[in-house]
Design a binder for this molecule. Sequence first.
Ligand code: ATP
Ligand code: MG
Length: 274
Amino acid sequence: MSAGGALSIRQVTKVYDPEGVHVVAVDNCSLEVASGEFLVVVGPSGCGKTTLLNVIAGFEELSEGEIRLDEGPLALPGKQVGPGAERIVVFQNGALFPWKTVLENIAYGPVVQRRMAKNEAQRSARELLRQVGLEGIEESYPAELSSGVQRRVEILRALINEPRVVLLDEPFRGLDAVAKSVMHQFLLDMFERTRCTMYFITHDLDEAIFLADRVVVMTTRPARVKLELSIDLPRPRDHRVLGTERFLKLKQAALEAVHEEALKAFQAGERELA
Ligand SMILES: Nc1ncnc2c1ncn2[C@@H]1O[C@H](COP(=O)(O)OP(=O)(O)OP(=O)(O)O)[C@@H](O)[C@H]1O
Ligand SMILES: [Mg+2]
């Protein structure tokens, strides 16, 4: 469905409030994400993961460096409307309009961003729901759905525009283990269908390794890449892979790297308090 979607993050630095408190959230961070790759970013709390995602999304201006999408520069912050705006989408929890039906919610993006006729947009929304086995909820309102189904609808809403890159910041936080595993299967199924580039942040290492082609572990703040782990588990994956030796080995490597960085953050905090 999608073509392209290669992200090149080049020596990106983000400083909040350079004149005042001066928080360096991301420091000289470089990262390449291939077209159609499922990249998962992990790292200690407060290290700068969301900041980097917000810079990629154009919600925050970078202080130094450059981000390119398929060899072109990214649109300037605040300028991500109009043609091309749908190249990068940010998945947002709770972003469904409560007063619109499921069908109207999913068809909203194509109508507004791609100027598609309402009938046509609703036809593709209906087809998408059918493909993923969610037919029957077209006329429901979000409040009538379970939170798991709401999130699936949110994912469809993000993907219907056929973006090249989808940015997801802890999208399944707060779901119980069973609901999470349903979401994982759903997201991987959508990934197989669309092959758009996924940039996914989580604290859950099982989730990270289960989903990813590559896991990137960030350093404690300011964020930089500490470790890149190639996840060589065959696809399609199901939850039986979680018990395999290879999975556990990869998880251990990620855990050690995150733990080391979290410890540094903890010690730095102690020094600040002393
Ligand atoms: N708007 C802002 N102004 C000033 N500082 C900010 C702002 N947003 C974030 N920060 C600071 O930047 C640092 C990185 O924050 P960020 O939210 O990117 O971390 P994170 O890795 O996403 O954390 P978590 O895992 O808890 O979500 C933190 O020290 C945070 O307090
Ligand atoms: Mg965050």
